[in-house]
Design a protein around this ligand. Structure first.
Ligand SMILES: Cc1cc2nc3c(=O)[nH]c(=O)nc-3n(C[C@H](O)[C@H](O)[C@H](O)COP(=O)(O)OP(=O)(O)OC[C@H]3O[C@@H](n4cnc5c(N)ncnc54)[C@H](O)[C@@H]3O)c2cc1C
Length: 427
């Protein structure tokens, strides 16, 4: 089988790219190992709601039309939203086809699948950023009596044995899961490292509204000092709920979750926590206040007095004077450990010489170091919002422009130059 472009993955990122390719009349197909929105159907916990408000899901040619723009989608609503998008744009999706390898040939690429091979000139990798849950090496020391789960496997507290739970990692997944499990009556210890604290609502408006307005989410990958670092910054401590509550460490302490430092090791059945808990929390408070300062500056420059609630600051994160530095994991108190320690993409099936020493795919803003290959949906791929539903449109417009130039044999200019052309797109 032959086509011009194979897009691998039919999540929102692959679909956004499909729409942009169609706008350019580029013949293509999307190969999806499951169904449209597969990861939202198979890899998320039951109570999860998007932490981005409904309005913040603008895709090329499609956006929220309902009467609750500030609400937060449940998983069924998220799936419905993405499935509708696939229908609206008539995306040429072929479901239940797993790509098993991609190799370069003279003309472009050979894409092998469990249902035959495809020849194409260009490939778009839209297989997601969260294929594999990262589990730290210290996990090897965990006593075998303790059950373990990752956020990809976790569905709800009924899955867990009665008894204590240690959640490792305090970003969006870890804090939400810790709160839910604690409410189910199981004592929860939350071990935390670097985290990003933000309030759900500031000065009367949703934090995402402010971040969108003051340009934080549009920051471009060529504008940041340490791209490697920002690509690995943990997700915001945020949750979507009807009461717009903030899920930060103080709110967890209030309901009885116990905070401990970073899980530094497990030896002889004993967990060892670093003594940096206070520093980590102070750092997160400091960074939150910097973001709030930036919002305040934007308000001063752009909104009249009285248009929004007054400037204020939140209480610092409360930390015990002497948080525990160790915990016995053999006395039966902890029955389950949840590794909420982040995710990574899986490109083990990709057979091109474009990986660095650490096994990371080399790319310049999504233009992979393999001619005619493109990447979508990775944190800070091109912009701070790149891994969000709302970020896929701008990236797809930029990268489809680059892809079209590649097909035309035009001189390929640096990837960053394609940003300007994308302005004023189809949303
Ligand atoms: C817990 C969690 C909460 C999130 N909350 C939000 C949120 O509130 N708002 C927001 O905007 N974003 C959120 N995200 C981030 C982001 O939207 C998701 O990571 C999103 O799924 C990424 O979209 P994608 O299209 O790049 O990848 P995916 O949705 O993961 O789609 C990739 C597709 O590729 C398919 N695939 C993978 N490998 C192959 C293969 N070899 N062959 C064929 N098909 C393959 C998969 O089945 C999948 O359907 C969240 C992510 C997670 C993990």
């Amino acid at each position: 089988m032959r086509t011009t472009t194979v897009v691998i993955g039919a999540g929102h990122a692959g679909l956004a790219m499909s729409r942009c390719l169609a706008d350019r009349s580029i013949d293509h197909v999307l190969l999806e190992r499951g169904e449209v929105a597969n990861t939202w159907k198979t890899e998320r916990w039951d109570s999860l709601r998007l932490l981005t408000p409904n309005w913040q899901s603008r895709l090329p040619g499609y956006q929220y039309q309902g009467d609750d723009p500030d609400g937060f989608r449940t998983m069924p609503q998220t799936i419905d939203f993405i499935e509708r998008y696939a229908n609206v744009i008539s995306a040429p999706v072929r479901t239940n086809i797993t790509v098993t390898s991609v190799r370069r040939n003279n003309d472009g690429y050979e894409v092998a699948t469990n249902q035959g091979d495809w020849q194409c000139r260009t490939v778009v990798l839209a297989t997601g950023a969260c294929n594999v849950a990262k589990i730290p090496a210290v996990a090897a020391g965990l006593p075998s009596s303790i059950a373990t789960l990752t956020p990809i496997q976790y569905r709800n507290p009924d899955q867990l044995e009665p008894g204590g739970v240690m959640v490792v990692g305090a970003s969006a997944s870890g804090t939400q899961i810790a709160a839910e499990i604690h409410r189910s009556g199981r004592p929860v210890t939350l071990s935390l490292g670097e985290h990003v604290r933000v309030p759900r609502v500031y000065r009367g408006r949703d934090i995402k509204k402010w971040m969108d307005a003051c340009g934080v989410l549009d920051e471009f990958y060529t504008e940041v000092d340490n791209l490697d670092r920002v690509r690995n910054v943990p997700s915001l401590q945020l949750a979507g709920s009807d009461d717009r509550r903030t899920v930060d460490l103080n709110s967890l302490t209030d309901i009885g979750v116990k905070l401990v430092g970073r899980l530094a090791g497990i030896a002889n059945g004993k967990a060892q926590f670093s003594g940096s808990l206070r520093n980590l929390c102070e750092m997160a408070d400091l960074k939150m206040n910097r973001l709030l300062d930036r919002i305040d500056e934007w308000v001063a420059d752009n909104l009249g007095n009285g248009e929004v609630d007054p400037r204020h600051r939140f209480d610092p994160t409360r930390v015990e004077a002497s948080p525990p530095l160790g915990m016995d994991l053999t006395n039966g108190e902890i029955k389950t450990v949840i590794w909420a320690t982040g995710f990574r993409p899986d490109f083990s099936w990709l057979d091109v010489p474009a990986f660095d020493r650490k096994g990371r795919l080399r790319h310049d803003g999504g233009v992979v170091e393999s001619p005619g290959m493109y990447l979508m949906g990775i944190p800070f791929l091109r912009r701070r919002k790149s891994s969000l539903i709302d970020g896929a449109g701008d990236d797809a417009r930029d990268l489809s422009a680059h892809l079209a130039a590649h097909l035309d044999g035009r001189a390929v200019v640096p990837s960053a130059c394609y940003e300007e052309q994308a302005a004023g797109g189809a949303i």
